[in-house]
Design a protein around this ligand. Sequence first.
Ligand SMILES: C[S@@+](CC[C@H](N)C(=O)[O-])C[C@H]1O[C@@H](n2cnc3c(N)ncnc32)[C@H](O)[C@@H]1O
Length: 232
Amino acid sequence: MQETSKNRRTIRSFVRRTGRLTPSQSKALEELWPKIGIEHDTQILDFEVVFSRSAPIVLEIGFGNGDSLAQMAEERPDKNFLGIEVYEAGIGHCLLMARDLALNNLRIVAHDAIEVLEHQIPLASIARVNLYFPDPWPKKRHHKRRIVQPAFLDMIANRLKDEGTLNIATDWAAYAEHIDEVLSHSDRFICTERREHGGELPLERPRTKFERRGLKKGHRIWDWRFEKKPNT
Ligand SMILES: C[S@@+](CC[C@H](N)C(=O)[O-])C[C@H]1O[C@@H](n2cnc3c(N)ncnc32)[C@H](O)[C@@H]1O
C-alpha cells in the first residue's frame, strides 16, 4: 500500500525562488509542457503510459536547470528519465534542452518531490534515484530542512526496485558528514561506493551547474552510490 502522510508537512527542503523567466523559458513552459510535463496529482502514475514504453526509470530530485538530467537522458536512450523540480526558470531551461536534444525519454513534474514521491511514484518502480547537490541548509536552525533524513530514505527505498540505487553528490563538507551519519544508521541502504575528489571523479554522472559553482569556490566534492538492501 502507498504511504500517506497523516499530518500536512510544514518543513520543506526548498524556498520558492522567483527567478525571472527568460521569454524563451516562458514560451517553453507554454508550448513544451503539454508533451513533457506531468501534473502533480494524487493518482499513482502508470510509467508505461507516461513514457509510452517500458524501460528502467531514473528519477532525479531537484535537477536545477536540468543540464545534467538532459545530458544523461541523451546518453541513455534505453532508460526513461523523470525529473522533479520546483524552480520554474530551471524547468523552462530543461524543457528547452529536451526540445533541442529531441529527447523522448524525459518527463518532468513541477512540484515538491516529497509529495510527488508520496502521491505519484509507485512502490518498487524505480531503478535509480539521483540527488545531486541538494540544498545544504548550512545554518543549524535550518538543518531540519535538509532533504536527506531517515523518513526520506525510507520513502526512496520503498520506491526503488530490488538492487535499485540512490546516488548522491554534495560540495558541502558539513552536509557530507550529515549524509555519512544518516546513511550509516539506515537499515535500508548499503554504501557501494564513496568518493571524495576535486571535481575530476564524478560518480556515473555529468558535472552539474551547482558542482561547477562549488568548484569555483574551491570546494571538495563527495559522491556516493547506495544500494537498496535486499528484502527491505
Ligand atoms: C542546490 S540546487 C542543485 C541543482 C542541481 N541538482 C545541480 O546540481 O546543479 C538544489 C535544487 O533542488 C531543488 N529542490 C529542493 N528541494 C526540493 C523538493 N522538495 N522538491 C523538488 N525540488 C527541490 C531546488 O529548487 C534547487 O533547484
